[in-house]
Design a protein. Structure first.
Length: 476
């Protein structure tokens, strides 16, 4: 299908809506020609408002129109929409629960020769902080037209990230779209690429073809909606593949990549691998769109940069297994601690860990075993070991009645119980030597489960001095 200007598709849809609904109005800040809404002003002069170069005022006017029952679409460059006029949008629109539709044009590198000052790499991160907002970035003219209609009907504030230039259709005419829902463009068993927008969705599809030639099957999802994120679809395919790459024309932080990372952290998907493709904490620059893709790493070459890390094939002893399981690095520490505990009078040990170093087990499988033993009354306290201790603590703290704390020295060993009331401690097999692990466990066990939980100053001072002596000896 022939390419079509996105701004033309946007204005066509507004004209269609305006004929159907007298509440539809357009508000601009001296950019009607750039946005492409001049035909709307010609057709409906009494429903088109140009406030001049005054973006904050534009949002105030839009909010006033919404308060009078109108459905305003207010458009300007994305840099001005998100940064310059944010307070007016937040307070006059969102806080007032008014259906203001804010359109940020030229997102990311699509600003091209307008350069860094006009190149919004942060607008999604800013807008995601608005409570109750719908945020969408269409990937082609078909999805754009459908989503403009959905935003008009939503009754809430919305942010539309609008690529202005010509884009080839990705979807057939009449394809159905919903706010908060993505689209699966192709399946794959090894990883899923979740992409956003008119630039990165085609790049994701191209990357999938490159990976396919290398024997790696990559699924591709057009995220479409950043807020709400389609957690069902994205979570399903992360679960199927165990690996995900996010791709966005935006900073890596704050936007799609952060939304997917939050989904993973707050679900049962912690064992997956995640890589984010986006701008690496930089400002924009002047250049052609193709040059800027290369400059900021927003191209199909994401396949070559990510394939080794994200291929589902995990060789024995791979970095993935070592980072996320009790493997050879953690097994010696576990064995030392178990043996040490069994020498103590009155201490009964329930060893739920892996039986040998060559039989790794993911931390998200090991942690629940210990937590359930405590919940059932089979144990009073628990000790968990993984690469750094962080992963085990995150998983353990999702269990009712479990208070897990990462410990890495004698101070944290005792304070885990005194300050955090922890009944589970986690340690890092990478960073905790066996002799120190035993000392940490002793410090933790020395704190009784009492209401007072009195601080043992002498014990802590002696423990600290011992660490200083050991370190001094080590680094002579």
């Amino acid at each position: 299908m022939a390419a079509k200007e996105m701004r033309a598709a946007y204005t066509e849809t507004l004209l269609e809506l305006a004929k159907e609904d007298p509440r539809i109005v357009v508000v601009e800040a001296d950019l009607m020609k750039a946005t492409g809404t001049t035909p709307f002003k010609t057709a409906f002069p009494e429903r088109a408002f140009d406030v001049g170069v005054a973006e904050a005022n534009m949002l105030g006017v839009a909010a006033g129109l919404a308060a009078e029952g109108k459905i305003p679409f207010a458009a300007t460059f994305g840099c001005f929409a998100s940064r310059r006029a944010f307070d007016q949008f937040f307070m006059s629109g969102a806080y007032a629960r008014l259906p203001v539709k804010l359109v940020g044009t030229d997102p990311g590198i699509s600003a091209a020769f307008n350069g860094g000052t006009h190149m919004p790499f942060e607008d999604l991160g800013i807008m995601r902080m608005v409570p109750g907002i719908d945020i969408v970035e269409p990937s082609d003219p078909v999805s754009l037209k459908a989503l403009v209609r959905k935003l008009a009907a939503s009754g809430k504030v919305g942010y539309l990230r609008l690529h202005r230039k010509a884009i080839e259709a990705l979807y057939p005419e009449g394809e159905a779209f919903e706010l908060g829902k993505g689209k699966l463009l192709r399946g794959g068993k090894d990883l899923v690429i979740v992409a956003l927008g008119a630039i990165m969705v085609p790049e994701a599809l191209a990357a999938a073809k490159i990976l396919e030639a290398e024997g790696i099957e990559a699924a591709v999802i057009d995220a479409i909606s950043v807020k709400p994120l389609d957690a069902g679809l994205i979570g399903e395919w992360i679960g199927k593949t165990g690996a995900v790459v996010t791709a966005e024309n935006h900073q890596k932080m704050g936007g799609l990549g952060s939304a997917v990372a939050e989904l993973i952290a707050e679900s049962d998907l912690q064992g997956c691998r995640l890589a984010r493709v986006g701008v690496a904490d930089e400002f924009g620059e002047v250049g052609t769109q193709d040059w800027l893709k290369k400059r900021f790493g927003l191209s199909a070459k994401i396949s070559r940069r990510r394939r080794d890390r994200l291929s589902r094939e995990k060789e024995k002893g791979s970095r993935y297994e070592n980072r996320h399981s009790v493997g050879s690095f953690g097994f010696p520490l576990k064995e030392e601690i178990v043996a040490h505990l069994r020498t103590k009078a009155g201490v009964e040990v329930l060893d739920l860990g892996i039986p040998s170093a060559d039989k790794p087990s993911p931390y998200f499988a090991q942690a629940p075993l210990v937590c359930r033993a405590i919940q059932k009354g089979e144990a009073d306290r628990g000790i968990l070991i993984c690469g750094t201790g962080q992963g085990m603590a995150i998983v353990a703290n999702k269990h009712k009645g479990i208070y897990a704390c990462v410990v890495d020295d004698l101070f944290s060993g005792e304070r885990a119980k005194i300050v955090n009331n922890a009944n589970v401690i986690t340690m890092g097999g990478w960073i905790t030597a066996p002799f120190l692990g035993k000392e940490i466990v002793d410090a933790w066990l020395a704190v009784a489960f009492t209401q007072k939980m009195e601080f043992k100053k002498d014990f802590l001072t002696n423990a600290f001095n011992k660490v200083i002596e050991l370190e001094a000896e080590q680094f002579k």
